[in-house]
Design a protein around this ligand. Structure first.
Ligand SMILES: *[C@@H]1O[C@H](CO)[C@@H](O)[C@H](O)[C@H]1NC(C)=O
Length: 355
């Protein structure tokens, strides 16, 4: 009988716990906090869940104050709190917490490394990043955990230290598609487009299958290096060989590439041939190329698309009006005036309409 009762009460406790964690995960934190306050035994996992619940809801300060009240923290508690702070843009505080963690004698694990490196990159803190690198090296983390190597490559690329990034990349005994993507984008980021394209080719020769992000990286490489034909070849390869449908980002790179090379008409045709809806950024970059190369006719088409997409943006009407004025088409200039009045578009201060 006693045994049966025991089972019954532990079942009840389990049920309560399950119900509580459901409350946390559905974001009903006030309710969850009441139950939490009344719990007789609260282990680290329960504290971590509670903190996570608040932070996910955007109450990072409440999460932090709970974290401060925890008497026994685990590495997971530290990692999560550092990560929540970084995610909400509080990078310096996140890094301070990392220092505190080390001072209290907690050993960073691979998750810590992957969380803290981007923070160092963001803050431009090369010293801490290098400390983490040697730590990862001595604890064999980066030879064994691919994400640690990837985070290091990203950290060094963003800091402009390409040599070390390439070295870490080469030394990684195992790479995944993210490793290749990180290195290729890192090369693009540092203006080493041709090297990025070479690395992409090496990736293919190594039998690694590129994904969506790989192509954004390598197309960006082409844009930086002005490799027009290569870019077109890659866009083709992407859909034909790998069956990846180009997204707006891919088209964006390609339009930039064509526009910068002065092939404004080709950029326009590409946008027209897309099977997805182009957005204002695409038309905008075509438009600025048209203005650079004096392609008034295409500029007019692009601005009209922009007016359709952003009817509230007075800048577009002003541009179109200026294009007409340059061509002496005064009746069109007048039509735009009327159109703006009809749509009650207000001119921004400082914008002038010719004519
Ligand atoms: C257009 O799409 C690109 C790629 O998704 C994006 O980066 C950009 O912010 C978008 N522009 C607008 C105006 O929505």
């Amino acid at each position: 009988m006693g045994k049966f009762l025991d089972l019954g009460s532990s079942f009840l406790a389990l049920f309560r716990l399950g119900f509580w964690s459901y409350t946390v995960s559905s974001g009903r934190m006030e309710e969850a906090k009441k139950v939490f306050d009344g719990m007789s035994k609260r282990d680290v996992i329960i504290w971590n869940l509670m903190i996570r619940g608040f932070c996910k809801r955007g109450d990072v300060d409440l999460g932090l104050s709970l974290f401060r009240q925890m008497s026994e923290k685990s590495v997971v508690s530290w990692n999560s709190m550092i990560s929540y702070l970084a995610q909400s843009g509080r990078h310096s505080e996140a890094l301070e917490l990392f220092h505190e963690m080390r001072e209290l004698g907690f050993q960073p694990d691979e998750a810590t490394v992957v969380i803290v490196l981007p923070i160092c990159a963001h803050l431009g803190d090369a010293n801490i990043g290098q400390w983490i690198h040697s730590y990862a090296e001595s604890s064999k983390l980066y030879r064994n955990v691919i994400s640690v190597g990837n985070a290091l490559v990203d950290f060094y690329s963003k800091g402009g230290n390409l040599e070390t990034a390439l070295q870490v990349f080469k030394d990684m005994p195992c790479k995944n598609v993210v490793s290749w993507n990180t290195m290729i984008s890192g090369l693009a980021f540092n203006g080493r487009g041709e090297l990025g394209v070479e690395l992409f080719e090496e990736m293919i020769n190594n039998g690694e299958r590129p994904n969506d992000a790989t192509f954004i990286g390598v197309l960006t490489c082409c844009t930086h290096a002005g490799l027009l034909e290569k870019g077109q070849e890659l866009l083709d390869l992407m859909s034909k060989n790998y069956h990846i449908d180009p997204k707006l980002e891919h088209y964006g790179c390609m339009v930039d590439l064509l526009s910068r090379g002065g092939c404004v008409r080709m950029a326009y045709d590409l946008i027209r041939s897309m099977h997805i809806q182009p957005n204002a950024t695409l038309w905008g970059s075509l438009l600025s190329a048209c203005r650079t190369y004096g392609e008034l006719e295409l500029a007019e088409l692009a601005v009209k698309e922009l007016i359709n997409l952003e009817p509230w943006n007075s800048g577009n009407y002003v541009l179109l009006s200026n294009i007409y004025a340059e061509e002496g088409r005064w009746d069109e200039v007048e039509k735009i005036r009327v159109l703006m009045r009809e749509k009650s578009v207000k001119k921004a201060v400082g914008q002038s309409m010719t004519g």
